[in-house]
Design a protein around this ligand. Structure first.
Ligand SMILES: [Zn+2]
Length: 272
């Protein structure tokens, strides 16, 4: 599943190809995504120019003078920059076609993604309005996290994956960050100290930044007609390493399932 680093890499991979370009049409072959593709996209007025591409949490925002396209990649979506004449593959559901002959092509086998439209402030859209701070901004810091969770009995992993506390920390990055911070995923949030919160925030920022930096090496793949953009797997300490030796202490990594999500834990490095 594309997580925040992949969405940020996608933004960086596509923005310089489409900013300033004039949209010729939005061709929707299959409108049945997680929500129906916005009707406005099928009838865009001519001459819209892409003014910017930005990201909020895992949403991509394509700004035009008439409104914003809001894209979510869902479980399996990806975007590529191609000649509009590139033959279609199965699951190529949408093309945003530009008058320079290029298109932004959306491919999504599982169709959990979204293409929506708003002609008002996209940050006030119901999907975006209540999102917590971006993890890589100063608004996400140890003091704010400590204040927000200090009375919560909920497992810390569930809270850092909850968009009400911080956005964009998916299961892989939650597991990796908690390992590196030496915190058991099921530790009740209210038992974290201020120092724990400071350390956890610092490590979440490091883990996400490292993944984004690594994604930079795959940017050329956004123009490859074959295959999908090179999403990347950074060096993982615990995620998907059940029964393998901890890279720090050699203790076998344990896999447990909580709330239908797998947690990977070194019982030595992450005391409960
Ligand atoms: Zn260990």
């Amino acid at each position: 599943m594309p997580e925040l680093p992949e969405v940020e890499t996608t933004k960086r991979g596509i923005e310089h190809h489409i900013c300033g370009q004039t949209i010729e049409a939005c061709v929707v072959r299959n409108p049945k995504l997680r929500w129906p593709v916005a009707a406005e996209l099928c009838h865009l007025p001519p001459g819209l120019v892409v003014k910017s591409v930005s990201r909020r949490a895992k949403y991509l925002l394509i700004e035009t003078q008439a409104g914003h396209i809001i894209i979510h990649l869902g479980m399996s979506g990806h975007l590529r920059i191609l000649s509009k004449d590139t033959p279609l593959e199965k699951h190529d559901h949408i093309d945003l076609v530009f008058n320079n002959g290029v298109c932004l092509r959306y491919h999504d086998p599982r169709r959990f993604g979204a293409w929506l439209w708003t002609n008002t402030d996209p940050h006030q859209h119901p999907l975006l309005a209540k999102l917590a701070p971006e993890p890589l901004t100063d608004a996400f810091n140890g003091e704010n996290l400590f204040e927000a969770i200090k009375h919560r009995p909920t497992a810390i992993k569930a809270l850092i994956m909850n968009n009400q506390y911080v956005v964009g920390v998916g299961n892989i990055y939650a597991n990796e960050s908690l390992f590196l911070a030496g915190i058991h995923p099921l530790r009740p949030a209210k038992r974290l100290t201020q120092a724990d919160c400071d350390r956890l925030v610092r490590i979440i920022k490091q883990v996400l930044s490292a993944a984004i930096d690594q994604g930079g090496t795959t940017l050329k793949d956004f123009m490859s007609p074959s295959g999908k953009p090179g999403y990347f797997v950074q060096k993982l300490y615990v995620y998907d390493r059940a029964n393998q030796a901890c890279l720090v202490c050699q203790t076998p990594i344990q896999r447990e399932v909580h709330l239908q999500r797998a947690s990977y834990i070194c019982p030595h490095c992450q005391p409960a």
